[in-house]
Design a protein around this ligand. Structure first.
Ligand code: HEC
Ligand code: HEC
Length: 322
């Protein structure tokens, strides 16, 4: 490059720089503003839980967005504004009371899973806000909180009062004749569980469903002998869910319509990808197998992984209740 060419070249670089800078300044004028609407029903958890969410999630999932100066510079500000809008739409800690107790619980499970999978807080955000990262200890504080909340929401009902009310299902099974509904992973529906021991029953106060949990002999013995880490092969646990309950004149709680059956079958070789548990779920009176591909079981185990101390089973009765 000779001298005059170099000079011209330098000029164009300066010119280009000026144009870009002017564009950049102009862009700032259109930079989106993020407002913080009033808080209508704030999330109220224990202090140590709330403070983790405040630090790591509130910039996006609440009306208490507190942006740093560099978040307000275009073009980043566009990305940030879009993230905040989307995040508030998904769930908003400042409007927490506007969703039902059941939805709150489900969202909290979802949150713990997202943090565990390192999908939240958004990695693009933690690179520039490293203080928002969540430590292992903090994750376990959140996990324990959600597990505790679930236990409270599914307070143990009085099994003796619950009449199993499986008549409807039996009727439908008879009508189906020989067709046995089968889950994509090969687990076929069976109804032996109706003769098994009820190991637990749970009431959900929020949507009024009744759940009965049955265990086969291997499962019941494993509980009695406290050999559930891991559970022995062949153990089977079945959960049956009915819709809206009602009480009859004698005060017996009666289940309403049948909703679904969920199964966990222990085979540590066949189901080693899902911690040795095979999952299946059959919906409605038609016992429609749930899940289009075998990967549906991943979503089941992801939640059940919260209770490794119970061999991934939530409702373990104490021995003397069996
Ligand atoms: C920088 C903004 C930002 C931060 C900080 C952030 N999120 Fe998100 N979050 C989003 C966006 C955007 C979405 C929707 C798009 C997606 O799923 O990737 C989302 C979606 C989610 C979802 C899925 C909700 C649904 O119903 O679809 C969960 C759960 C979640 N976030 C949890 C959290 C938790 C817990 C934290 C704090 C530990 C957190 N997020 C921090 C932006 C954020
Ligand atoms: C959102 C978290 C979550 C997901 C996802 C989930 N479970 Fe559960 N599961 C629970 C909780 C909490 C309990 C205990 C309370 C109850 O019975 O409702 C439970 C209980 C059960 C039980 C009774 C044994 C036990 O662990 O107490 C079975 C069987 C079961 N689930 C099967 C399934 C199947 C099959 C799937 C996937 C189709 C699934 N679960 C997905 C949270 C989850």
């Amino acid at each position: 490059m000779n001298f005059s060419k170099q000079k011209r070249y330098n000029k164009s670089v300066v010119l280009l720089g000026c144009i870009l800078f002017a564009g950049f300044v102009g862009l700032q004028a259109t930079s989106p503003e993020i407002s913080n609407p009033a808080i209508s029903g704030a999330f109220k958890g224990p202090k140590e839980v709330t403070s983790i969410f405040e630090r790591a999630c509130y910039d996006c999932h609440s009306n208490e967005t507190n942006l740093k100066w560099y978040d307000k510079i275009a073009p980043f500000s566009y990305v940030v504004a879009a993230d905040v809008k989307e995040a508030r739409d998904r769930f908003n800690f400042s409007e927490w009371d506007s969703i039902s107790k059941g939805d709150q619980e489900t969202k909290l499970w979802y949150m713990v899973n997202m943090i565990d999978a390192r999908k939240m807080p958004l990695p693009t955000y933690t690179t520039i806000h490293p203080g928002a990262k969540i430590t292992k200890e903090e994750l376990s504080i959140l996990k324990n909180y959600v597990i505790d909340l679930s236990r409270k929401n599914h307070a143990l009902g009085d099994t003796a009062k619950i009449k199993t009310g499986g008549e409807e299902v039996v009727k439908v099974e008879k009508e189906r004749g020989h067709q046995v509904p089968t889950s994509v992973n090969g687990i076929a529906y069976f109804d032996d569980y109706k003769n098994w021991k009820v190991i637990s029953s749970t009431n959900r106060f929020d949507n009024g469903t009744i759940r009965l949990i049955y265990g086969n002999e291997i499962a019941v013995n494993a509980i009695k002998e406290n050999k559930i880490k891991p559970w022995p092969n062949g153990a089977v646990i079945v959960k049956v869910v009915w819709n809206s309950q009602h009480e009859d004149a004698e005060g017996n709680v009666k289940p309403g319509n049948f909703n679904n059956v969920q199964m966990m079958i222990r085979d540590d070789k066949k189901f080693k990808d899902t911690e040795g548990w095979g999952f299946a779920r059959f919906n409605g009176l038609g016992l429609e197998p749930y899940g289009k591909t075998v990967s549906f079981a991943t979503s089941c185990i992801n939640c059940h992984r919260m209770v490794p101390e119970n061999g991934f089973v939530f409702d373990i009765p104490t021995k003397n209740k069996l």
